[in-house]
Design a protein. Structure first.
Length: 218
């Protein structure tokens, strides 16, 4: 099944409940971008908002941790979210962190910055549920999609297929109706979409259109 997780980083935070409502029928989950101002040059939000979102909706909450030392906070994230993805570049003991995320009852993911090769995943792949390939440099919504992503998605799909792993392959950053088909053909099965939904004049219509496009692939 192909999934779309809207990223609320692109939403209007003064209107967050309404923004979530506008996509909740079509969305397969909500993507939460947690930035620490150290690993990436931006700050976003933390537990007070995540807890409020958890109390507001039953949907799958997909946390993307763009932060150093995520291990300090895993228990707290696990109280609210269904899935935790950490950055390959931000942690030293990735296997230990992935095991801890699983022990806490969450899906576990690893994310790669645009310059980080897929080959670095070879040993960790059997332990993760998902790999999130950054198709922009992490930090901001609304950036230009990087074409180098297509090849990385293909390489990951081939690596997973060869070993028989059912890894969820996620693309995050600059995803739109213009590149989603090619990304799917390369092997991606989950799409994080921020600006193309929330910066459009009608987010509800924008996600409906994206869903219609991906449903035509299957
Ligand atoms: C960027 C974030 C993304 C971002 C995607 O660092 O990880 O989730 O919100 O948003 P768009 O679709 O606007 O590029
Ligand atoms: Zn993200």
């Amino acid at each position: 099944m192909i999934k779309i997780y809207p990223s609320i980083l692109a939403a209007n935070f003064m209107n967050l409940a309404k923004e979530i409502d506008s996509v909740s029928k079509e969305a397969d989950g909500i993507h939460l971008d947690i930035m620490d101002g150290v690993f990436v040059p931006n700050l976003t939000f933390g537990f007070p908002l995540i807890e409020s979102i958890r109390n507001y909706t039953d949907t799958y909450l997909d946390a993307h941790l763009m932060m150093i030392d995520p291990d300090k906070y895993l228990e707290r994230f696990a109280k609210y979210v269904s899935s935790i993805t950490v950055h390959f570049e931000a942690v030293t003991h990735l296997h230990r962190i992935i095991s801890k995320i699983k022990d806490l009852g969450c899906d576990a993911g690893v994310s790669l910055n645009p310059h980080t090769p897929i080959s670095f995943l070879e040993e960790i792949l059997p332990f993760v549920d998902k790999v999130l390939i950054m198709s922009v440099n992490p930090g901001f919504t609304g950036q230009q999609f990087l074409d180098l992503t297509f090849d990385k998605v293909r390489k990951l799909r081939d690596m997973a297929q060869k070993k028989g792993y059912k890894t969820e392959i996620i693309v995050d950053g600059g995803v739109s109706v213009n590149n989603i088909k090619k990304l799917y053909d390369c092997g991606a099965n989950t799409f994080i979409v921020g600006a193309s939904i929330f910066h459009s004049s009608n987010p509800s219509l924008a996600i409906k259109e994206l869903k219609k496009v991906v449903e035509s692939f299957e």
